[in-house]
Design a protein around this ligand. Sequence first.
Ligand code: PEP
Length: 251
Amino acid sequence: MRRPYIAGNWKMHKTCAEAAAFAALLRDALDDAPHTVMVAPPFTALAAVSEVLKGSAILLGAQNMAAEETGAHTGEVSVLMLEELGVSAVILGHSERRHTYGETDELINAKVKLALAHGLTAILCIGETLDEREAGLVTAVVERQLEKGLQGVREAQLNGVVIAYEPVWAIGTGRTATPDDADSVHRVVRNKIAALYSKRAADDMVIQYGGSVKPDNAAGLMAKPNIDGALVGGASLKPESFIPIARFDRG
Ligand code: PEP
């Protein structure tokens, strides 16, 4: 049975003090949440949020990490640094990393393998652009991103992998895939996991949806059989929107 997993990606929002205060509020409101809940503050706020979340059920995530453990990589953050702060999950291959910062499937794959080698959950983001969707390439794109992103990952490591399907045209735009639309791509993802690994691996894989998830559309998306949670951007920044999403009820 897959446990729903709600993750909040705070992107480049909140100073250290703001992040700590918000984390304290979420800790008090969501400690008994019925689903797995994770928040991913900016790197600069990880230590402060880690302190606030100590002993709470809310997981601490990072928004990215370097593909190497250490070395001359100005401006990068290492998996070792994340581990030290109590980070247990890392978002990899987010569309903003792929499309604004030019991250390739190969680079993302190296990060996924490094995260898994260190026992972190790798949230592998995949999803098509609007042009790709209009050209009928949704299946081809998500299958390629999955195959390349998981290259060299063994089936025994998959319990450390979460897939986030985030159609690029739905991120931060207010446009959401309909529940049926999203579910049909999630089915493609699950079938590809079955083809790459096994039916059991596919049945166990947690697949989040991301793209303008809000309190009023969360339950409808999550009611679909292949949607196991959400990666939330904008709506994760305010308690009045994130708390109801994290407490969504499938009915
Ligand atoms: C995201 O950044 O992963 C995301 C889905 O953003 P938003 O919820 O704002 O569309």
